[in-house]
Design a protein. Structure first.
Length: 284
């Protein structure tokens, strides 16, 4: 529920991130029966398994991810995918009589940050007796313009959040398509995201207020909400209603986590001075 969901705009439905991934897999020849969507789960109120969101983990942990502790990247992304390989690895290792070879392809690019620029385009990340995992950053040296040019002839559309409004085709929306409200996003992206998903932003506010931690060391989500309403923030173009059963389940999950003691205290993430939005007075 933290990823960009599908939206209906001017009578046209635009798929969300998960659906787009499935469409892209099919378009590039991956059979439907080989496409898997993986997520962390936990027992739901009726005994069935339900998705365990990153925001729930933040509420339970007591701290938001930080550059020095980006636990959202490993535990909520790569770790989930790696665990999903385990049944296949166990089966194929017996059939092959050797470690299973896995090629992990990721869309990280050098232009997206200094840490990604340092990352090699190809490396072996996990060699052991059961599996050998190689990582390939297939578009590492692509420029942003090259990515846009590629999408002009792509068999499936890019995510609607990249545009000022779904279908605009102007690439004037968010510059990234990670979590809707990502602690590593730019201020412009966050102000735009707050306008597009106000109910989600309010849920982040609950986590901030109960845990005492701030969304970022320099910005609280409450400040971003206020700035989005008072500054010249980018027009959202579309507002996600977030009124379905999935979002309701997310609210229940997060609020249940907030009723328990956090696993960590937020002291490391607090900072007295915060960066104000351009044109706004510093928050007090």
């Amino acid at each position: 529920m933290l990823e960009w969901p599908p939206v209906v705009f001017d009578g046209i439905r635009y798929p969300g991130v998960s659906e787009l991934a499935a469409l892209q897999s099919a378009a590039f020849g991956v059979p439907a029966d080989q496409h898997m969507e993986v997520t962390r789960t936990l027992p739901g109120p009726d005994g069935t398994r339900m998705a365990h969101s990153l925001l729930t983990e933040i509420a339970a942990y007591g701290r938001f991810p930080r550059m020095g502790s980006p636990y959202c990247r490993k535990a909520a992304k790569e770790g989930v995918v790696s665990s999903a390989w385990t049944p296949m690895v166990s089966r194929l290792k017996r059939e092959l009589g050797r470690p299973m070879r896995i090629l992990k392809v990721m869309g990280l690019r050098s232009d997206e940050g200094a840490d990604r620029k340092k990352r090699p385009a190809f490396r072996t990340v996990q060699p052991n007796s059961a599996r050998v995992v190689d990582e390939w950053l297939s578009v590492k040296d692509w420029s942003t313009d090259a990515v846009k040019e590629c999408h002009a002839d792509a068999p499936v559309p890019y995510c609607w959040t990249y545009d000022s409004a779904p279908g605009a085709g102007d690439w004037s929306g968010t510059s990234r398509c990670s979590c809707s409200l990502c602690v590593f996003a730019s201020r412009r992206d966050l102000l735009l995201s707050v306008g597009r998903r106000p109910r989600l932003a309010d849920l982040y506010t609950e986590v901030e207020q109960v845990r005492g931690d701030s969304f970022r060391a320099d910005w609280r989500i409450t400040d971003l909400i206020r700035h989005a309403a008072t500054c010249e923030a980018p027009a959202p173009g579309v507002v996600c209603p977030d009124d379905g059963p999935e979002f309701a389940a997310l609210q229940v999950q997060v609020r249940a986590a907030l009723k328990k003691e956090p696993r960590k205290e937020p002291d490391l993430a607090r900072r007295d001075r915060r960066t104000p939005c351009d044109g706004c007075a510093a928050p007090h």
